[in-house]
Design a binder for this molecule. Structure first.
Ligand code: ZN
Ligand code: ZN
Length: 415
């Protein structure tokens, strides 16, 4: 755990901590910070806490998990116990966010940590956790507060991304890739983020001006028409939370995204990358959408996990997000498969099953569940992104009168 044993230059962790607090959260003096991550991420968590206090944080509360303890539950926990969840903790988090605390997660998860555990137990625990998590996650999905996610190069994760390297070399290689994608390997990371946010804002504003009724995706086994929600808004890069603080919810981020219409999605979608979901790998997902609902689903690996996922609730078989990412994005060009949604979703166009983002709808502040549904907004306990974009992706924007406008050609922006 000591810094001196790390096989990469820890100066980049200092810069990443500064970007997390300054750009990711834009943490304000007097704000509390709820900081989550695994025990392995402590070298970064400590630096983030220091950066937060320098920025004027009133209190940083770290909440750490541990992969071995999580595995111990599935190995030794009694069968009747897998519907238990830490509701008390999430209620506390919800109260903290109500009192304007910011939230930062440091992601370093080993995507395969639970792949050898009983999928029924993993599924039950995931569902119980999702239900208990509601008071906290709804403040995040409604963008009530400034929040962000950054990544730390965990050793088990690194070994999966670089299976041919030894443990130290793999961790060093993953660190290099994460620092580059997070734009902390340049002289002035904060200025680099300002430029990147401006470029994303240009794409977002163009899409908002177009007022497309639907998008038609083609390529690599996908032929999918995604209707867009009534009054949908495109989002991307820095955005203002309801507490008035402009933040970058994902470090890195390359996407512009919006809310699809939950019942106006038709056609087939084939995953262009594996989906790493709660410790399992799901490969070659292929689904058929009819009137917004998945009516057929298959995968060559992890099909059970995927089918359990879309049965979580009614909304889990419908879309809550559609996102555009050019194949030319730096994460895509790295050629690496990260087995981590934060990275892989920023390498390719993607769709997400489950909960929609209210910030991607105009005049949605305090919207009733009935009105949200009427406009096409989806509701679910889950929100799971998976990638459909590739070098072949072709997207047309379709206007209400049927006119088509090229949006993507050969995996990249058409103009
Ligand atoms: Zn996304
Ligand atoms: Zn998403």
């Amino acid at each position: 755990m000591s810094d001196t044993n790390l096989p990469f230059d820890t100066a980049f962790l200092d810069r990443l901590a500064d970007v997390a607090i300054g750009t990711g959260l834009n943490l304000q003096p007097g704000q509390q910070l709820v900081l989550t991550g695994s025990a392995e991420t402590l070298p970064l968590v400590r630096r983030i806490a220091a950066a937060a206090y320098k920025a004027g944080a009133s209190l940083v509360t770290p909440i750490l998990s541990d992969e071995e303890i999580t595995r111990a539950r599935y190995l030794h926990g009694h069968d009747v116990t897998f519907d238990a969840a830490a509701g008390w903790l999430y209620q506390g988090m919800g109260q903290a966010y109500d009192a304007n605390a910011a939230r930062l997660h440091v992601s370093s998860e080993n995507p395969m940590a639970l792949s050898d555990m009983d999928p029924a137990k993993v599924g039950r625990a995931a569902k119980a956790n999702a239900i208990a998590y509601k008071p906290a996650i709804e403040k995040i999905s409604s963008f009530a507060i400034n929040w962000s996610i950054v990544s730390y190069p965990g050793r088990a994760w690194a070994q999966l991304v670089f299976p041919d390297l030894d443990a130290d070399a793999a961790q060093a290689a993953l660190a290099k890739a994460l620092f580059a994608a997070s734009r902390v390997d340049v002289a002035d990371p904060v200025a680099a983020w300002a430029d990147h946010n401006a470029a994303l804002a240009t794409r977002r504003d163009w899409l908002n001006d177009q007022r497309f009724d639907a998008l038609h995706f083609r390529g690599s086994g996908t032929d999918l028409t995604v209707g867009l929600a009534e009054g949908h808004l495109w989002s991307g890069g820095a955005a203002e939370a309801k507490n008035g603080i402009t933040c970058n919810p994902n470090i890195p981020t390359e996407e512009v995204f919006t809310t699809p219409h939950a019942t106006r999605v038709n056609g087939t979608a084939r995953a262009s990358k594996p989906l790493s979901h709660q410790g399992s790998l799901i490969e070659d997902i292929e689904v058929l959408f009819e009137d917004g609902r998945i009516t057929r689903a298959s995968a060559t690996r992890g099909e059970d996990v995927f089918k359990k996922l879309i049965e979580t609730d009614e909304g889990a078989a419908h879309l809550g997000e559609v996102a555009l990412v050019p194949h030319a994005s730096p994460i895509s060009q790295s050629g690496l498969l990260f087995y981590n949604t934060l990275y892989d979703e920023n390498a390719a166009c993607h769709i997400a099953l489950g909960q929609c983002y209210e910030e991607c709808l105009s005049d949605a502040d305090g919207i009733s569940p009935e009105d949200l549904k009427a406009r096409g907004g989806n509701t679910s306990l889950i929100h799971v992104d998976w990638m459909i974009g590739s070098a072949e992706t072709k997207i047309d924007g379709i206007r209400e009168n049927g006119d088509r406008v090229p949006v993507f050609r050969d995996g990249n922006w058409a103009s």
